[in-house]
Design a protein around this ligand. Structure first.
Ligand SMILES: *Cc1c(COP(=O)(O)O)cnc(C)c1O
Length: 375
């Protein structure tokens, strides 16, 4: 099956006992057994489910569905993108180990690395990943992981996955990529040899802004370790959120195709506008499109607050990836935890606006932004 077909039918081959067209929701904390022999069968690996924190059909479907599209052997879902990142990192790194991470990280991941991992005794060095020489120079004897994002937030730098994997292989260090912005529709990091791929399924995988979820994919052996972390830390996803994630996932291809094409048109239109200093929109991401996020730097004379007030139907939301077009102000939201000096170095200025382009009519989207720019 090709990507789009696999994308819609992923759930059907997962459980042949099903007769319901839509997967039932196993809204339960535990599974019951006929007798002790039946329970023994679970521990012998003849039955799949016992306790929802350890495993549930709806959350497992989401992990397997994303793994299938990423071209990975296995996948596991968790309660959020951040908990997925934490579980993935802890499957590779322990106290005393060192990680090199890109300095243009998603703000929440930056917080997790700079605060929580450091508190756990895992040292993190932040480096400029657009320069792999600097990454190499940041590595130490005890470095176990190189961490980056396939398309970064909010300036949409596209990671050189080939180069990064080569660097990791040369020093026998694992690589982990946050593929949230690209999704497997555009980029499949495992195809480059990346060891762990992580998603905030809160974004495009779910696609409808109605769940918080995360997924980690990789080889069966590495995902087994990630799952153990999720189980032991109690950061499992709930069954209903797993079910909603699967329902969202089925339309990933349609949504990404439409949203990327709308984004391309918006980026082109805004690039011509006098009140926009710069448009950030990636090039050469994939033959299917360049993604659905457009970031703009407003001209110096523009009042950012007034611009946000004049966006009519476009929602001001501190997230991305829904079917509705929305905007956010990185300095005031995702990059609030990032120190000012680093923000300035990265080019995350107060005049920056990140647009998550939805599935609406192209022309309506362009007109809404042109109107807000004319204030
Ligand atoms: C949102 C996001 C996260 C964090 O995910 P949550 O689901 O909010 O925990 C991590 N990485 C990227 C790129 C994100 O956009």
């Amino acid at each position: 099956m090709r990507f789009e077909t696999k994308n819609v039918h992923f759930q059907e081959k997962l459980d042949t006992k099903e007769i319901s067209k839509s997967k039932p929701i196993y809204q339960t904390s535990a599974f019951s057994f006929h007798d002790l022999e039946d329970m023994e069968a679970y521990f012998e690996g003849k039955k799949s489910y016992m306790y929802t924190r350890v495993g549930n059909p709806n959350t497992d479907d989401l992990g397997k569905g994303v793994a299938d599209l990423e071209g990975a052997e296995a996948g596991v879902a968790s309660s959020s993108g951040i908990s997925a990142i934490l579980a993935g990192v802890l499957a590779v790194a322990k106290a005393g180990d060192h990680i090199v991470a890109t300095e243009d990280l998603y703000g929440g991941t930056y917080q997790l690395f700079a605060k929580e991992l450091m508190d756990l005794g895992i040292e993190v060095t932040f480096a400029d990943f657009s320069n792999h020489k600097e990454v190499e120079n940041s590595m130490k004897e005890n470095t176990v992981l190189l961490y980056s994002e396939s398309i970064t937030n909010p300036l949409l730098r596209v990671e050189d996955l080939n180069g990064l994997v080569q660097l990791g292989k040369k020093f026998d260090i694992k690589t982990m990529i946050d593929n949230t912005f690209a999704t497997p529709f555009l980029i499949r990091p495992h195809e480059f040899g990346v060891d762990l791929v992580v998603h905030s399924a809160t974004k495009y995988i779910g696609g409808h802004s109605d769940i918080s979820a995360g997924v980690v994919t990789g080889s069966s052996s590495i995902v087994k370790k990630v799952r153990a972390k999720i189980v032991n830390l109690g950061s499992n996803l709930g069954p209903f959120d797993g079910w909603l994630g699967c329902r969202g996932l089925k339309t990933l291809s349609l949504r990404m195709e439409r949203q990327s094409s709308n984004a391309r048109a918006l980026a082109d239109a805004l690039a011509k506008h006098n009140n926009v200093k710069k448009v950030y929109y990636p090039e050469g991401v994939s033959e299917r499109g360049e993604g659905a996020i457009v970031t703009i730097d407003l001209a110096d004379h523009m009042d950012v607050y007034a611009f946000f007030r004049h966006l009519s139907w476009v929602k001001v939301v501190p997230t991305l990836a829904g079917v509705e077009t929305s905007v956010t102000h990185p300095v005031g939201t995702s990059h609030r935890p990032v120190p000012v000096e680093l923000r300035e170095k990265l080019g995350v200025f107060p005049s920056l606006v990140r647009i998550s382009v939805g599935i609406e009519d192209k022309q309506d989207i362009i007109e809404a932004f042109e109107k807000a720019l004319e204030i």
